[in-house]
Write a new protein. Structure first.
Length: 166
């Protein structure tokens, strides 16, 4: 697996990853996280991915030369309070479902953790959907994160998690 810097040229690619994930989640009856509509064609979602792609914090994981996942790091999302110590925040993480089960998400989170160390911050934080059976929260816990606090954005239930650095 190779992790490379992403940029504006990757926006359509990343939208496709989100579309793949949304289609899979919808097929499982799990629409609470990102809904059931593709990101592609949604002006708000396309604008967000474009901002991530041009913001400098996007990384793309490739398997055998094929894009398989994306992570975006930077400042905390506006709906959570900043950490009391210097932090790096995982703003987005997505894996193209065609590459599920191959460790892509974990590799991207490890890259983010190592990047936090290179930047000299004290904690890597992330938030995620915490509805339904909370499988996504469990995923992040399995990647070394611990729960900080639940929150809601409108009707969307979330969980803030963190992974301290030594």
């Amino acid at each position: 697996m190779r992790i490379r810097e992403g940029g504006p040229q990757d926006a359509a690619l990343v939208l496709g990853m989100f579309d793949s994930a949304v289609a899979w989640l919808s097929g499982q009856g799990r629409t609470g996280q990102w809904g059931s509509a593709p990101f592609t064609g949604d002006e708000r979602r396309e604008r967000q991915v474009g901002e991530w792609a041009s913001g400098g914090g996007m990384r793309i994981a490739e398997l055998a030369g094929t894009a398989a996942g994306c992570v975006v790091v930077g400042a905390p999302n506006a709906y959570v309070s900043p950490a009391p110590v210097p932090e790096l925040y995982v703003q987005a993480l997505v894996t193209d479902h065609r590459h599920a089960g191959r460790g892509v998400g974990r590799a991207l989170l490890e890259w983010a953790y190592e990047e936090a160390g290179r930047r000299g911050v004290r904690v890597l934080r992330v938030d995620c959907y915490a509805g339904d059976d909370q499988r996504l929260v469990g995923y992040y816990e399995g990647c070394g994160f611990t729960r900080v606090a639940p929150f809601t954005v409108g009707q969307w239930p979330g969980m803030l998690l963190e992974r301290p650095l030594p």
